[in-house]
Design a protein. Sequence first.
Length: 482
Amino acid sequence: MTPSVPSQEATALLDGLRAFIEPAHVRVDPESCLNYGRDWTRLYVPNPLAVVLPGTVEQVQQLVRYANDHRLALVPSGGRTGLSGAAVACRGEIVVSLDRLNRILDFDPTDRSVTCQAGVVTETLQNFARDHDLYYPVDFAARGSSQIGGNIATNAGGIKVIRYGLTRDWVTGLKVVTGRGDLLDLNRGLIKNASGYDLRHLFIGSEGTLGIIVEATLQLTQPLREPSVMVLGVPDLDGIMALYGAFRGRLELSAFEFFSELALRHVLKKGLHRPFETATPYYVLIEFENPEQAQTDEALALFEQCAEQGWLADGVISQSEAQAKELWRLREDISESISEHQPYKNDVSVRISRVPALLAEMDELLAREYPDFEVLWYGHIGDGNLHINILKPANLEPATFARQCGAVSEHLFEILRRHGGSISAEHGVGLTKKPYLHYTRDETEIGYLRAIKQAFDPNGIMNPGKIFDGSTRVPTSPSKTS
Ligand code: 2HG
Ligand code: ZN
């Protein structure tokens, strides 16, 4: 990225910002614009007008009001670990980073709840809960950099949804600055509150299009009781859900993940070891509470019975916390291990009962449409959520690759539509899935989404062009960068 020369209009707007946000926190240097102007998708050229880091909620409010007065587009920004381009600023927007709003404000052991600012990193919150003998159960590989505000804005899922649900299930209070610049204090940590529409839930999963989340109250829970991890080698697709049915009936599962041999090979290349000698086309990773010998016995009995049925060919069970962590890495490290191949990503879901049919139809479709590409499957299969990653061949031009993959996605989304599924299970719509939203939400429903956006953000300044297109003017662009 080369430095851009702001237009006169842009310079005046930036000076105006510096009147209420410390100049050091209004950044226009190319490095900040590059880093803060993108998420993990890497498909778009970042090109924000500036990156602003407010240090108080009042400053966020002033910023939103200023943006309304001058019709400036704002892109709220957390840890930028998203995979759908929702935090990308490539059209001269102002990135609003929540990095400085990173304090834990309150903890109440009676309520078992914690109130924190939006910029608190997920792992910091998890560690805080652990220090108080409690547990924040929303968990995923990007825990070390993702932020609570971003998690809420995408209703993050992850690896423990099967037992604990989504981010939405843990948010009992939210403070938000709406696109109008109003500060709303939503639900205030209440467990029960039947006093009309619950606006908190509109902001959860809103991808920064309605306003900016500045503070959250989150419920904590009991830690898991001595979890063990099993990795099982599965000879065919049918075995995956057969194992799910067998294990979930008899053990308290906290995760049921799967990945293919092709996916596994990428983490092995990065230095991890095979869980056992037998290579099988698929693997499942099962985590379950194992506080007593009875659970271990049950798990081993299940292993034997499933092996007899031919649903698994080999397996391993963790003998220590360290070993459990190592086994988890086989699944969690996949995404990062393939990033150098610029994968085209799909993140789809169906009801659990439809998973076997979806897997069979997808298998047929992907083998037919992508004979020359490497297609990797993994995901949270116990939630009906599959990640499909198509690796870009080194010699293929990125735009051509994206076009070819996009065309196949249309077929995939047709299958999903037939099964009542979703084109985005947990990564959000952002920019990458915007063209396909209609496969999951019909026109009438999208009309209601637009009306909600209009109510909270009448001038269309909040993350314009994400989820769906609106009539938003992107006001002041600096000169183009390369
Ligand atoms: C995961 O489950 C993440 O590992 C990333 O959601 C998924 O890389 C992906 O497609
Ligand atoms: Zn995932």
